[in-house]
Design a protein. Structure first.
Lengths: 208, 208
DNA sequence: CTAACCATGTAAAACGTTACATGATTGC
DNA sequence: GCAATCATGTAACGTTTTACATGGTTAG
């Protein structure tokens, strides 16, 4: 059985990486229990780029085991459920490599903040400013968290960390670079609304 | 009936904006049919920040209509199904404003490329380079597409456009700024692997 | 002649998150 | 005492994507 990893459909079209592939990657990166894998996607190196929760991880791990893409040794523990320590197999590493070599789906950003800001005209000015403050602060905080990563990772992981840090900083700077224009435009629009209707009477009277 | 828009759960925790809110936003922005709304999320101003497909849009539109958050006038057409032209109502605008004022879930980036690059050590160098080329090119192309947006949009939409353009350019620059380090590290690792085993024989012989 | 565009809508399938169930240990 | 951490796993739930159904017009 040729252990399929459907990150590409039957036609070869780009499909998102599936949870099995993501787990295989986490395993290769040295996260070797379901619990640790979740942390890798919640707080660890993959945090910015992918997400995965228990509900996907444990079934995926069992599937990988059944397909021979991962192996598992159980460690009996006191009080807690037995710890299952997984390792990627050679077949698993081959499958991971194959999945990463297919056409990858391009990045997708989901930003409720940016969507909200599109409707700045419906919000009060102080709400818009607060939104921008929170948003920029969020990215700065993220950048700092991501920068404080484990020392001396392999080359690929180093790239992830550096990109995450600098990319988040860049986005924050971008917000700050454009907010002045937004806030000024909003003020202008408000002034235009609040202004008493322009003295058309004169024009009308003069034109008659 | 107080037309709920569940972008916040019962406890007030941050939840992603739901499809009804997104449709309300599209309606407010002047996209007034299901078909046009899809284009707004596929190619239009929201393209970078949210996604929404027919399967979500048409049911959402019908729900909004039933709740009085949108109104609809049908335009009979030749051959095609009747065109339903929607408009946001005052209640709808209030609901949109309310949804955007709740706690918003922070941005989530999904990047299969970045995940793949984390495993550069499993790929051939030319594959890694091709990946980086495609990735940077993708962001540059996106930036250019986003920059070529409709003229003179309202202030909030102007912000979206400018952020999209500059943000994508910044990310592309970031890729290019860090790729040299990655590729060099990969070369170093390969050289270390390819190097003939160090002359331990001498040491062993000398020590005997 | 083929592809893309216009236009709405439904149904099924795939996928993911959340909450639940369980429960000892460690730090504040 | 309370919260967090460790640790696995399932079931319900909701969302999203994809395919299907229909079909005339227009541009290359």
């Amino acid at each position: 059985m040729p252990s399929r990893l459907p990150s590409s459909g039957p036609d070869g079209a780009a499909m998102p990486l599936d949870s099995k592939t993501l787990c295989l990657g986490a395993l290769d990166a040295g996260f070797n229990t379901g619990y640790d894998i979740r942390k890798a996607f919640e707080e660890g190196p993959f945090r910015l780029y992918q997400s995965l929760s228990y509900g996907s991880i444990y079934p995926a791990l069992n599937a990988l085991l059944a397909e021979g893409l991962a192996s598992c040794t159980e460690q009996v523990q006191d009080g807690r459920p037995d710890k299952k320590v997984y390792a990627i197999t050679d077949a698993g590493r081959a499958a991971l490599r194959a999945a990463l070599t297919r056409y990858l789906k391009f990045d997708r950003l989901r930003s409720d903040f940016m969507f909200a800001i599109a409707f700045a005209h419906l919000l009060r000015h102080d709400q818009v400013s607060a939104l921008l403050d929170d948003y920029a602060a969020g990215y700065r905080a993220l950048a700092d968290e991501l920068g404080a990563e484990s020392c001396d990772p392999p080359a690929g992981r180093r790239f992830l960390i550096d990109m995450g840090r600098d990319g988040c900083h860049a986005w924050a700077r971008c917000i700050e670079a454009h907010r002045a224009a937004l806030e000024e435009a909003l003020r202008r629009d408000q002034d235009a609304d609040a202004e008493p209707p322009p003295p058309r009477l004169a024009a009308i009277g003069g034109g008659g």
